[in-house]
Design a protein around this ligand. Structure first.
Ligand SMILES: [Zn+2]
Length: 323
């Protein structure tokens, strides 16, 4: 019987954080189907493992931060045959509590990280495939620890659009669009595929008081500058997924978020302001505004906006935004 799987047959060591909330290991914000769950009769007997149905070449992201422990991406083939056992490309990441996460069946040359490298939660680490013991393109994910040299898998909870869940077979899940920062309860967007950084110069002359916008998507970056309605520059260039990922990570790492306490406008003129917005599939899911006026900052935006802007500019040829 399916339910005869004894969830308490192993006592998890106290050092292992069984309450950790994982992020879905799929970079996409679309829904993903679980095709085999815990103790699945096909190949997960007695294991707390999950199989996500994924098209070959889908970006796989780290479900939890850690250090890359092992990688393999030389294999080219796969199938439901014994000869393919242990012939799957994979990434193993070691977590701070001593547990490991395994990401299996990646495509040939589909590993983007190196052993010893630190990875952040949500960072792209490789591309899915169908290598090793696998009947169809998918990502196998499990978390385990070692006990007398044996791998003991443990159940994991994920942040999903339906809340914090243990994933079940034949259900579809996607990442949440908004999360609550555990530290200060401020809202920050978790998933977005468009960012706008808008700087508004002072509303009074002199003329060097310009305004500009950076609009970044997964494939392009656009820069628009104007001065009192005159467009000075409007240019777009293609960017790599890595560059987009860098901007997205910078948003989170620079602590861009809405302040709990909103400081009100004091009716000041002549100040400058910054508006930062994010969208997920053309739906705005974050907006923050801060204005600088007479040394005081007003608005509901907080975080290191200067550092964020410098990260956006990183790797972009200055002629792109120079005018
Ligand atoms: Zn599996």
């Amino acid at each position: 019987m399916y339910l005869s799987f004894d969830v308490n047959s192993q006592k998890t060591p106290l050092s292992i954080d069984t309450n950790y909330i994982y992020e879905l290991p799929i970079y996409s914000s679309k829904r993903v189907l679980v095709i085999q769950g815990y103790n699945g009769l096909y190949s997960h007997k007695g294991d707390y493992a999950l199989d996500f149905k994924l098209k070959k070449g889908s970006a796989v992201s780290a479900a939890r931060e850690g250090i890359v422990y092992k990688v393999e991406d030389q294999f080219k083939k796969g199938g439901p045959k014994k000869k393919y056992l242990n012939k799957g490309n994979h990434i193993i990441i070691k977590h701070s509590d001593g547990s490991y996460a395994a990401y299996w069946h990646l495509k040939n040359k589909g590993v983007l990280v190196k052993v010893g490298q630190t990875v952040q939660k949500g960072e792209i680490i490789g591309y899915s495939g169908n290598t090793g013991f696998s009947s169809w393109p998918h990502l196998h994910f499990d978390v385990y620890y070692f006990s007398n040299g044996k791998q003991i898998t443990i159940p994991t909870k994920f942040e999903t659009h339906k809340g914090i869940k243990q994933l079940k077979v034949y259900r579809r899940y996607k990442k949440p669009t908004l999360i609550i920062d555990q530290n200060d309860k401020n809202t920050i967007p978790k998933n977005f595929n468009k960012i706008e950084y808008h700087f508004q110069g002072a509303s009074v002359p002199p003329e060097y008081h310009k305004s500009y916008s950076w609009i970044i998507t997964e494939s392009s970056i656009r820069y628009v500058a104007n001065s009192y309605g005159t467009v000075l520059k409007d240019t777009t260039q293609q960017i790599s997924l890595e560059k987009w990922e860098q901007c997205k990570t910078a948003f989170l790492n620079c602590g861009i978020k809405n302040k709990k306490e909103v400081t009100h406008e004091k009716g000041c003129t002549g100040g400058t302001s910054i508006t930062i917005k994010t969208w997920l599939n053309e739906k705005e899911n974050f907006s923050g505004f801060a204005s600088k006026c007479g040394g005081e900052i007003e608005g509901n935006l907080t975080g290191d906006t200067e550092k964020f802007l410098s990260k956006i500019k990183e790797g972009i040829d200055p002629t792109f935004y120079f005018h």
